[in-house]
Design a protein around this ligand. Structure first.
Ligand code: ADP
Ligand code: MG
Length: 487
């Protein structure tokens, strides 16, 4: 920004790189000198922070960066708690090619549906952090109990069975012992093991605490899948989008990043030692919004992923693993990580505590900080070790957009009101209709509506049409008859 008058003297390759967008006006041509972020410089200055309040342009900016990463086919892992990162819808007024290309380079996976945790892989610490994040106050007692019971290579079944026996042993000893003996024989080593574990595990309330957290995670489907789809996508240099509710993503990310980062490190370390590496694994970028939920500052709540994010922030450069972290609350992001974000893109920020952190962590001037609360959406300061000083930029127009979410009132008419209207049209053909005749015309109604319906549904719809005054209902000795109004 501020370079508009140089537009005429720009060399051709710098023209029209960055069309702009303004609400109400649509897409506008590039103005001034584009600020081009050289991704290769990330080798030296690896990580990026994106800060700004709600509506300031973070998601939009992140989308633009992700589009560029896809252009370069850089393997990227993005956690998407808002279910907004898909790239198959062209931005209005933009051509379709980009969206087509990006769509085929994107893999969208939902935790618990297409991806999850391989239980056998979990260390006791991994499992503890999963359970911690599953909610509530995870006590020291639970941590001890978990470590008494969990063994390396435990499956979900073997672990939950041991847990269950320990709980029941405390509650109904005779019955439980009898069951164990029936299944494993008198004096079995299994019984001795359970006895031992139950003794070490302490109070059964700790065990029950573990049990409900374990089943909460299991209900999400997290233990039914593994990360092979993610590995495949990254190896094929795709943008890999991981979706899920935020609490589950923060847990899953801890496990996943530790795993992927470990694979990359093993690969590079083996290469450097001159050994044949076991498995090839590419450099990659990790992106997330709501980063303060993944790596929160302070000690009262330790985010499960904080340590691994810290490790990547401090050492990732060596292995070609880079972070792009967006948050609306930089004041809540772990300081060790914030300090490692060599490039910071700062959008509109209003909250004083966040502005204070931005001032401490960047070289923006007091005058620039004073402008932060008033920046229009899509305008930002870039404070970067790569550039060496703060520059003001406007983020280019994205080539794609999140699939438009329907206005909820339009949705009501389309998806809820509409069914009745459609049904009304179909049912009109069969009027007057006696209640007992519904079964006879059911298949015809199904054909006309192109979906299956039950007698109950048809009657319920008839009832609501009658209640709205769109049909006339008359009660007879053998049930109601419905007919057209004024017939
Ligand atoms: N670079 C930009 N150019 C034009 N409009 C933008 C730009 N960035 C954001 N906007 C506008 O601001 C709105 C909010 O941006 P968004 O990225 O969703 O905010 P955030 O993620 O920070 O809450 C967008 O829907 C868009 O209308
Ligand atoms: Mg957003």
């Amino acid at each position: 920004m501020g370079t508009e008058d140089m537009q005429g003297t720009l060399p051709d390759q710098l023209k029209n790189l960055a069309p702009l967008y303004r609400k109400g006006e649509g897409i506008l041509p590039q103005k001034g000198v584009p600020f081009v972020f050289d991704h290769r410089a990330m080798q030296e200055y690896p990580h990026i922070g994106i800060f700004g309040g709600s509506g300031s342009g973070k998601s939009f900016g992140m989308r633009v960066i992700l589009e560029e990463l896809m252009e370069k086919r850089i393997p990227t892992l993005i956690f998407d708690p808002h279910y907004e990162m898909s790239f198959n819808t062209p931005f209005e007024g933009m051509g379709e090619e980009a969206a087509k290309k990006y769509a085929s380079n994107t893999e969208i996976l939902t935790v618990g549906r297409e991806t999850g945790v391989n239980f056998e892989d979990l260390t006791s610490d991994d499992l503890a952090s999963l359970l911690k994040a599953a909610g509530g106050n995870f006590t020291e007692g639970m941590d001890n109990a978990l470590k008494a019971i969990h063994r390396p290579k435990d499956s979900f079944i073997s672990f939950s069975q041991k847990l269950d026996y320990c709980i029941r042993l405390a509650e109904k000893e005779e019955e439980t012992r009898a069951e164990i003996r029936k299944n494993y024989g008198e004096n079995s080593s299994f019984e001795k093991m359970i006895d031992n574990m139950a003794r070490q595990a302490g109070h059964p309330s700790s065990l029950r605490g573990i049990s409900w957290r374990l089943h909460r995670l299991n209900r999400e489907g997290i233990f039914q899948k593994d990360i092979s789809a993610i590995l495949n996508a990254l190896l094929r240099r795709r943008l890999t989008v991981i979706r899920g509710p935020i609490w589950l993503l923060t847990v899953f990310s801890a496990y996943l990043i530790r795993k992927l980062y470990g694979m990359r490190r093993d690969y590079i370390d083996a290469l450097q030692r001159g050994e044949p590496p076991a498995d090839k694994f590419p450099p990659f970028v990790i992106v997330t919004d709501e980063a303060h939920n993944f790596a929160r500052k302070g000690t009262e709540f330790v985010s499960p992923a904080r340590n691994i994010f810290r490790e990547v922030a401090q050492e990732g450069r060596k292995y070609g693993v880079f972070l792009i972290l967006a948050t609306q609350r930089p004041a809540l992001l772990d300081e060790t990580i914030t300090a490692q974000l060599n490039t910071k893109i700062i959008f509109r920020t209003v909250r004083a505590s966040d502005i204070d952190v931005i001032r401490e962590e960047t070289d923006i001037s007091g005058e620039e900080a004073g402008r932060l609360p008033y920046l229009p959406s899509g305008t930002a300061f870039v404070s970067s070790a790569i550039v060496g000083r703060t520059v003001s930029v406007r983020i280019r127009c994205a080539r794609t957009q999140a699939p438009r979410s329907l206005n909820p009132f339009a949705e009501l008419d389309r998806d809820f009101g509409g069914t009745d209207a459609e049904f009304f049209k179909v049912i009109s053909e069969f009027l007057p209709l006696h209640f007992g005749q519904i079964t006879l015309i059911l298949s015809e109604i199904e054909n006309a509506l192109d979906r299956t319906v039950t007698v109950d549904e048809v009657q319920a719809s008839l009832e609501s049409l009658a209640a709205e005054g769109k049909l006339e209902k008359s009660e007879g000795p053998f049930g109601p008859t419905y007919q057209a109004v004024n017939e």
